[in-house]
Design a protein around this ligand. Structure first.
Ligand code: HEC
Length: 293
């Protein structure tokens, strides 16, 4: 294999490995970043909604019950209602964000869990130490990240509405029927699930990945071309010329001109040594030719 072939082969192997490695790591890093960003958005949304729930159950509810029995007013003290109202407001600005409060035995049948939601609730019920679960789900609107937290009956205040229809405010039975009762203190009855779309951050990560890989490939191609030009100009062409001259001389053709290479690099050094050697050789040949005999 010629010098250029060896050199280029080595360059291609090194560039190939470097591209593959940086491609792999940057892809992973960019996607992890996108996911972390979405996860942190989901966390903020979850906390916001949670605050609305706490506010409703601790502050609004007790006050309302003392002052009014009206249906509308009662609803304002329902934590799930407060949560959904906050979410409705958020969705005006971010319609693609989603929030669900699902329970295995829901008050509002709209909150009956889908299969995957029921699975999430059951993992929380099976392991009371688990406080959060997240994952990515493919939907027909693209990939979504879900963040789920268990809903546990921690306050006896919840049981005022979720034990029996008799104990609960009468409006509740009228609206929801015999649903959402029989919950127990400490029981994990359901889950809060925030859904945040991944398509935009994933598309951004993809775009950044492509730009990065494109630039890196561009740099490699430029380096490749430049090194090849230098290799030709500085080494291969000059060595080629010297080889031709050496070959001519070896065949006894001393007529061929000297290879005069200025400069101070190794090839120039080699060429001047070669010229000196050639002159010595001519002198030696002359000397022998002039010997009588
Ligand atoms: C004033 C009565 C009331 C109180 C107090 C109350 N809830 Fe509810 N809860 C309801 C009603 C009514 C709904 C249905 C709301 C709707 O239609 O969105 C509901 C819905 C829910 C849901 C959504 C699933 C479902 O059943 O539809 C969960 C989970 C829930 N409540 C948990 C709790 C917890 C936990 C507490 C205590 C922190 C609590 N609730 C306190 C009345 C109450």
């Amino acid at each position: 294999m010629k010098l250029r072939g060896k050199f280029n082969l080595m360059l291609l192997v090194v560039f190939g490995l470097a591209l593959a490695a940086s491609g792999y790591f940057s892809y992973k890093q960019l996607n992890d970043n996108a996911r972390d960003e979405v996860l942190s958005n989901a966390g903020v949304l979850m906390e916001t909604i949670l605050s609305a729930r706490t506010w409703a159950v601790n502050e609004v509810g007790p006050n309302l019950r003392e002052t009014s029995e009206e249906e509308e007013m009662l609803m304002m003290g329902v934590p799930a209602y407060a949560a959904n109202k906050v979410m409705e407001a958020v969705q005006k600005r971010y319609p693609e964000y989603g929030y669900r409060e699902v329970a295995l035995n829901p008050t509002n049948v709209k909150h009956r869990p889908a299969d995957w939601e029921a699975r999430v609730i059951n993992t929380f019920r099976a392991d009371a130490t688990k406080t959060e679960e997240w994952g990515i789900r493919e939907t027909n609107k693209g990939p979504y990240l879900y963040l789920a937290r268990p809903i546990q009956i921690k306050q006896s205040g919840c049981l005022g509405c979720h034990t029996t229809p008799e104990k609960a405010p009468p409006q509740m039975f009228k609206i929801y029927g015999d649903n959402g009762y029989g919950w127990k203190l400490k029981e994990i009855v359901g889950a809060q699930i925030v859904m945040v779309p991944m398509s935009v951050p994933v598309a951004n990560a993809d775009r950044m990945f492509k730009t990065f890989m494109f630039t890196l490939t561009g740099v490699f191609v430029a380096v490749f071309v430049l090194l090849n030009i230098m290799l030709s100009g500085l080494i291969i062409n000059r060595l080629g010329e010297m080889a031709t001259i050496a070959e001519e001389i070896s065949r006894g053709n001393f007529e061929i001109g000297e290879f005069n290479e200025g400069g101070s690099d190794e090839v120039a050094h080699l060429s001047s040594s070669f010229n000196r050697m050639r002159r010595s050789l001519i002198k030696a040949m002359d000397f022998f030719n002039k010997q009588p005999g």
